[in-house]
Structure formats: C-alpha cells, structure tokens
Design a binder for this molecule. Structure first.
Ligand code: ADP
Ligand code: MG
Length: 739
C-alpha cells in the first residue's frame, strides 16, 4: 500500500546539508505490525515523518496505492494524511488545555463529523482506552501513560488504515509502556502499524516485521510473522469541519487558556481605546477647525446656524415659523436673532458682571458641570472658563444670586427681569477662540429684544419743525419708559421750554421716528408735563443727573415703536452635514439664507492642528498595528504547538488560519464591546472619567461604525500576518519549535 523507491531526505540548514536518510527502499502493507529500531540519529523519525506526509522528501519516489507522490502539493499531502494517517508521538502532541474528551473530539470536528455523531464515538473510544473516569479532566493533569492512551484513542478516532507511532513508550515507565503496546497491538488488526522503538524486546511478541536503521540507511529488514496482507487499504471519507464547529472551536480556543485570553484582551483593549481616543481627538479638531473663525457681524458663529429673511422683506408670521419648524433638520429657531449677535451683560448690582452672548436655552447641548438645568423662564445658565475669577464664588452661590440685564452702553439695569443663575458649564480650555454664552429662556430673549432694537435703530425726534437725533450715548432725547406717563403723552425736560417761542412746550406735539434695517415706525405724542431737577424723582422715579433730556413715554407706546415681529431670524440645524440641504429647502420656501459657517474668516491655526491630528491618527494606527502584532506574536508563541497539532490532525492551513482569525476577532469584538459599554456609562454619567468625555462628545454612530471597521480590519490583518508566519513552515517543524 505504501512503497518507497530510493527515497532520500536532506535537511538544508544555513548552507549545511544534513542527511535525514538516504536511498530507502520499502514496501509496507495493511495488516503488518512493523518495528523500526536503530540508534539515535539514524533517521527513524525522519522516515516516519516522510511516510506520514508530515515532511517532504527530496529524492526517489513514494507511492500510495501505486500512485506517485513526488509531484504532491501541500494540499495533496494534507489530503493524504487525512485519508490514511493517524499519528502517535513520543511527546503525545495533545492539546494540554483541552479535556480528554475535547482532544479526541477535536480530530472528529476537524474531519467534518457532526456534533451528534461525535459524542457517541468519542465516549466509545474513551472507554476503549479505559479513561472514562477522566473524560472531563484536562490532559495536563494526566500521567504519561494516560496521555499516550488519549493519543491512541485520538489516532483511532479517524479510522485511518495507517497508524504511525514514533517512540510511543519513550516517555513512559515500564508498566505504562507495556499496556500502551498491548493496546496498539489490539488495534493493529486490519491496519498498518509502524512503531519506532528503542526497546525492541518490549514489542517483540507482537511484531510481524523488524526494520533496523543505521546512519540514514536500512541495514536490516526481516519478516518475523506471516500476515494476511491486503494490498489496498480503504481510504477514510472525510469532509471539512462544518462552519458552526469552526465557530465553536474558535470560541473554545478563545477562553480556554485564561491567562492567554486576559493578555490578548488587554492588548486589544489597549489598541481599541487608543485608536478611539485619537480618532475622537481628530474629530474634535476637525470640529474646532470647522467652527474656527470669526465674523465681524455675527458673534454667534455656530456651525449649525442659518440666518434667514423673507425674500419679500415682510416680517415673519407664525405660519412662517410653523412651516420652517416642519422641515426635517431643524433643531430650533431663534426668532429675534439679533440677540444672538450682541454681547449682553448680567449684573448682581454689586461686584459681579458677567458678559457673554445671549443664547437660547434650547441650543444648549450636554450637561452643566455645576448646578442644574433651568426649570423656569427666569433661570439661566452660563458657559465660562473654569479659571474665570468670579466662577468659584458663583459656583458656591448658585441659585442665590439674582442678576439683572445691564445695558452695555448706558449701564442701565433692567430691574423688571430678575434672573437666577442655576448652572455653569465650563468651557473647554482648548477652545481658545470660543465665545462664552449666557443661556436664557426664549421669554427672556424676547424681553431683551427692546434693548437690541433700540440700539440698532436710528431714532429721530421732530419737535417744533426741527429734527433731533436720539442716540444711546447721549442722554438727550433718549427714549425711556415710565408707567406714570399716560398713553399718547410724553414727559420731557423743562429745558425744551426754551425751544418754544411762547416759553411753554406743554401740549405741543412731539414726534418719534424709528428707522432701522427692517421697518420704519412713527409715533406722535403730546407733551403732558415737564420735569426739573426737583420733581423728576416724583414724576418718573429716576435721578436727574443721568437722565436729564430723556423723553419718558408709556411702555405701551414704547412697544408700538419697538415690539415688532421679526424680520430676520436664525434657524439652527440638527445635522451640520445636512446644513446646505436645509439651506436649499429654505430658499425654495421663499427665504433668503445666509449660512454663517461660510462667512467666517478662518484663523488658520485650527486647520494646521487638524492636519497634524490627522497625521497623528494615521501614524498611531500604523504604530499600534505593529505594537499589537508583536505583542500578540509573543503571547501566541505558546499557541504554535496547538496549531501544528491541528494540522497534524488533518486541519488544512486554511482552516487553522480561520480558527486563529475567529479567536482574535472574538477578542477584538469583546474589547470593542467593553469600550462601548464604558462610553455609554460615561455618557449616562454613571461613571466619570474625563478622558472618555471627548469620545462621548465628538463621536457619532457613523464614527463608531468606521472605528469598528478599522479595528476589525486591523485585527484581521494581524491574524493573517501571524498565520502567514505560523504556517510558513511544515507543521512538524513548527511543532519542534523551529519557527
Ligand atoms: P532518530 O529519530 O533516528 O533519532 P532523526 O530522524 O531524528 O533520527 O535524525 C536523523 C538525522 O537527521 C540526524 O542526523 C539529525 O541530526 C538530522 N536531522 C533531523 N531533523 C533535522 C532538522 N530539522 N534539521 C537538520 N537536521 C536534522
Ligand atoms: Mg527520533
């Protein structure tokens, strides 16, 4: 059945050629029980490896059932081994971390048996080698004799016609050796058994033929007993391991050796978290670069903002707003958006002055660092750098600090709107060009509007056919309100009497004309009273010094002048990516749009950092790839024997590779899963690890998918690279640690 004609095997080792054996001629048949003896180094093992198809030969020809094998590819030899050969080794070649059951099961799994069939067969074999008691014991805990019995059971499992045993008793004591040989002889019927031994006497009574080797040659080949030889052997039918069993084995291998699993997990977790963190940093920088820049007109340069006006220049109606809100990507609308572009100031009337951009609380993202979110219209939160001088004290007095809006130009304090600061969010100190914000309710934003409208309007006063300009820097003709003034009337300074020929301005008309970007308005009033230094306090409740020259009118009249529907608003979008689509939709609906992001003058600094961050990210991915690869190589060193054993048992290179890939991908998936769980815990504020916050803030679902793909591809390439190295050599070399 096996025939060798002039077969030689040489070893090439760094330019030196060693002879394993040379010019061997042999014919081996089913039914024979052959002993090969000879001193150490005579070539016995080499011969067995060639016969088993574990190693190649250089010269001559080996025939299997009459067919030549010299042209065999690695795959052909794999096929040959699976159909014909069961090996037993001196060092057992068992998987130490597997149980007895799992070791025997392994060979059946690899040869495509189904789980159900396997169980019955494995138990049968275990009983046959008398290890039933130990079926769930890890092989590493067994004695040498027991181990060899497991190896025999495993060799039998495949039912191959040829069993090849290389010094199977070499590591056993006398008793164990005897029972092993007896077991081998029992299974020898209808098989070809080839045993290499140092101790011929031990097996003498079973053998049918004795071959002696010396110095790489056969010096004796003696028939001891007649055999009823069958020339042809039945080959074993086999299939490849099923997909589900591949996965099952992959999972078993992942968790089977705890320290290995933990080390691999730590390495993958490190790789995963380092790449996630760096990726988040680069997203953050991209964001900073996007929002970088300033605009002379629009202080609120949010990247989500689109300023809109109606194409026909009419004010916005509530129908208009409803229509806009119905668009998909709209987060919220700020109806009087001029507020957003004006610095406002809050004061507690004592030492505290807080400056910032007025923003709608609806636009606030994330969580406050101190205090809480507003619960009613008069509560505000501020965004500031943590090292600002007043922050510490303010943080300690949250909720107890009443503040008022202060007019930045006149210093006038609006006592009608008391506000409480209830929360602080610290600004990212790396946002060196960020604007600090004061988040208030829409109700308060609306009330602040007067201040803005007045500031942006040209106000002219017509009195006695003469025009006077009212402006906020000059108290003269400044428009102020007082409940004491009746509707349609005005209280003016006593000084105006000098402008009238009769010397009294009482009952004379005075006209206020408002002219701004959006509307014109005029209001004709009658002067009802004049005030002096002495009566101003009792008339309107104010001090003379700051206010002489002001015109006091009823708030209702004031509202007629300034409480106008909006002519310009801003929408804030949810997804910046869709900013332009939303802009186009708004244009279609009849609005003129201005995308603030497009109007910014970039500082350039953030763009440089962005490019730098991208380079760092790529560099890190490459570096981590190699670091991870080398660490994994070290960790998996001990796995070399496992994979060599797999291949000796009939696993193809491809399947061994798949098992390795499954194992590493499982670990990477676990590392990714754990990372995501930690990120979710951070996002839900169950834990507080500041270095994860960047990931929480800047990574979106899309980024997690991209990261997942990057990490899986990395792990996959690492597995391939390692597999390539691992399977470069023949399995027997790998097994002998020659990688
Ligand atoms: P035995 O099993 O009879 O003790 P081996 O078959 O192991 O002998 O070795 C036969 C010869 O081949 C020895 O001279 C040995 O040094 C050489 N040899 C075996 N394996 C290798 C190898 N991997 N590389 C180089 N020489 C080898
Ligand atoms: Mg040997």
């Amino acid at each position: 059945m096996l025939e060798l004609k002039n077969v030689s095997k040489f070893y090439y080792n760094k330019g030196v050629i060693a002879t394993g054996f040379s010019k061997v001629n042999l014919k081996l048949d089913i039914g024979e029980f052959i002993a090969i003896t000879g001193e150490s180094g005579s070539g016995k093992s080499t011969l067995l490896n060639v016969i088993s198809g574990l190693d190649t030969y250089e010269e001559g020809e080996m025939y299997v059932n009459g067919k030549e094998t010299s042209h065999y590819s690695e795959k052909d030899f794999e096929d040959f081994r699976r159909k014909y050969i069961g090996n037993i080794f001196q060092t057992f070649n068992l998987v130490n971390s597997y149980t007895v059951y799992q070791n025997i099961e392994l060979v059946l799994l690899l040869n495509g048996y189904k789980k159900r069939k396997i169980k019955k067969k494995v138990i049968e074999l275990i009983k046959k080698v008398d290890l039933y008691k130990f079926r769930n014991t890890k092989v590493s805990k067994l004695s040498g004799g027991q181990k060899q019995r497991v190896a025999i059971a495993r060799a039998l499992a495949k039912e191959t016609p040829i069993i090849i045993a290389d010094e199977p008793t070499g590591n056993l004591d006398k008793e164990a050796a005897e029972s092993t040989i007896k077991l081998l002889s029992e299974i020898a019927k209808d098989k070809l058994v080839v045993i290499v031994t140092h101790n011929y006497e031990q097996i003498e009574k079973y053998v049918t033929r004795k071959i002696t080797m010396h110095d790489g040659r056969i010096i004796e080949d003696k028939k001891i007993k007649e055999t009823k030889s069958t020339a042809k052997a039945n080959e074993v039918e086999y299939k490849n391991i099923t997909k589900i069993n591949r996965l099952r084995l992959g999972i078993r291998n992942t968790f089977n050796i705890k320290t290995k699993f933990i080390l691999l997990f730590i390495v993958f977790l490190f790789m995963t978290s380092a790449i996630m963190t760096q990726y988040a940093n680069s997203r953050k920088q991209k964001h900073l670069s996007d929002i970088d820049g300033s605009n002379y007109l629009f202080r609120n340069s949010s990247e989500n903002r689109i300023v809109i006006k109606k194409k026909d220049n009419t004010p916005f109606s509530s129908e208009n707003y409803a229509q806009i809100e119905n668009l998909n990507n709209i987060d919220y609308i700020v109806k009087d958006d001029a507020l957003l572009d004006n610095e406002i100031s809050l004061t507690d009337k004592k030492y505290l002055s807080i400056y910032g951009n007025a923003s709608s609380i609806k636009g606030f993202k994330g969580n406050v660092d101190v205090g809480r979110m507003p619960e009613n219209d008069n509560e505000v939160i501020i965004e500031e750098y943590e090292d600002r001088y007043y922050i510490k004290e303010l943080a300690e007095n949250l909720g107890n600090t009443t503040v008022y809006l202060m007019d930045l130009y006149t210093g006038a304090i609006n006592e009608k709107i008391p506000m409480q600061i209830v929360g602080i969010k610290y600004m990212d100190s790396s946002l060196y060009y960020g604007n600090n914000n004061i988040y208030v309710s829409d109700n308060i934003l609306n009330q602040m509007r007067f201040q803005i409208n007045q500031r942006y309007s040209k106000i002219k006063i017509l009195f006695q056919n003469k025009y006077y300009e009212s402006n906020i820097y000059n108290p003269y003709f400044k428009i102020k309100t007082s409940e004491n003034v009746p509707v349609g009337k005005a209280y003016v300074s006593n000084d105006l009497n000098y402008e009238v020929p009769s010397g009294s301005c009482k009952n004379k008309p005075i006209k206020i004309e408002i002219d701004n970007l959006y509307y014109k308005e005029e209001l004709e009033l009658k002067i009802a009273r004049t005030y002096t230094k002495y009566n101003i306090k009792s008339l309107v409740g104010e001090e003379y010094e700051m206010n002489n020259g002001s015109i006091y009118i009823n708030p209702e009249d004031y509202n007629k002048l300034f409480d106008k529907p909006s002519y310009q608003s801003s929408v804030f979008v949810k997804e910046v990516e869709l900013l332009r689509d939303t802009g186009a939709e708004l244009e279609n609906l009849g609005y003129t749009t201005l995308i603030i992001k497009d109007t910014l003058t970039k500082s350039g600094q953030a763009q440089v950092v962005e490019i730098f961050q991208t380079i760092v990210t790529i560099f890190l991915i490459i570096t981590l790839f190699f670091i991870t690869y080398f660490i994994i190589k070290v960790i998996l060193k001990s796995r070399n024997t496992y994979f060599a054993t797999l291949r000796m048992l009939g696993a193809t290179r491809k399947i061994s590779k798949q098992l390795l890939i499954i194992e590493l991908l499982i670990v990477e998936n676990l590392a990714y899963l754990i990372s995501v769980v930690v990120i979710i815990l951070q996002a839900k504020q169950i834990i507080n690890l500041s270095f994860i916050q960047t990931i929480v803030d800047y990574l979106k679902i899309k980024d997690y998918i991209i990261l997942y793909i990057i990490l899986i591809v990395m792990s996959y390439i690492i597995s391939l690279k390692y597999a390539k190295k691992l399977f470069k050599n023949s399995s027997i070399k790998t097994y002998n640690g020659e990688v």
